[in-house]
Ligand binder design. Sequence first.
Ligand SMILES: Nc1ncnc2c1ncn2[C@@H]1O[C@H](COP(=O)(O)OP(=O)(O)OP(=O)(O)O)[C@@H](O)[C@H]1O
Length: 271
Amino acid sequence: MTSAIKLTDVSVIRSESVLLDRVDWKVREGERWIVLGPNGAGKTTLMQIASATTFPSSGEAKILGQVLGTVDLFELRTRIGHTSLTVADRLPPAESVRDAVLSAAHGVTGRWREQYDEMDTAQADQIIGELGIAHLAGRTFGTLSEGERKRVLIARALMTDPEMIVLDEPAAGLDLGAREDLVASLANLASDDAAPVLVLVTHHVEEIPPGFTHVLMLRQGAVVAEGPIPSTLTAANLTRTFGTDLELTVADGRYSARRVRYGRRAARREE
Ligand SMILES: Nc1ncnc2c1ncn2[C@@H]1O[C@H](COP(=O)(O)OP(=O)(O)OP(=O)(O)O)[C@@H](O)[C@H]1O
């Protein structure tokens, strides 16, 4: 089976700062990954490599079977869905949600004179339904809340039939209800065997949707731990990743973390 992402000894260095430090990472077809780490850990830099928008300074990055530096990046990028704020800024506010999703089929932002066939429109409606935004299809993009926009952007990314989707902090800035709606949409997507490889970046274990399978934990550009979520997402690894004593609870496939209370911290140190 070909790996969607295969990084071997990848480092990224900018202005003498080490942003990524000898990272090895393998993502296989069908897997759903969480990339977790504190501010400045190198998550966005890692996503730039994963979405073929930047090159490693050293090491080898193989994305969808292609080694970065030896292939046409433009062609490779068309096979990857990447949601980011830049795309949101380019979407005309007066565009309807349905057209905002549909126009992704032609790689454009803003519908003009393109002709869409019935397959495109049926696919757009199916994706809109799966992401729980059918009730917004006729609304204009400019009138949506932040959480609703995030789901429209994921729908756009899915519309191009990518082999992999990279979601860099999709829940940032959302209120509790909007976050929960997004987590539910992503859990739904993760459970679909036909869905592409998913990579989701977050700072918070509360944002991990059920159905995600693996986690990579980063601190100061280096991998602290990586592997299947049940064995890798532990209190000890979270503590090492975030540099503070944390405890972790899991219920119904959802995680939550908080700082260990003082008495228990002292007990932990004595162990
Ligand atoms: N061009 C650059 N030159 C020097 N340092 C840089 C450059 N670009 C990013 N950095 C630094 O590299 C580190 C990693 O940045 P990155 O954006 O990948 O982290 P992140 O984990 O996504 O952080 P956050 O969670 O805050 O978004 C940060 O400390 C950042 O300041």
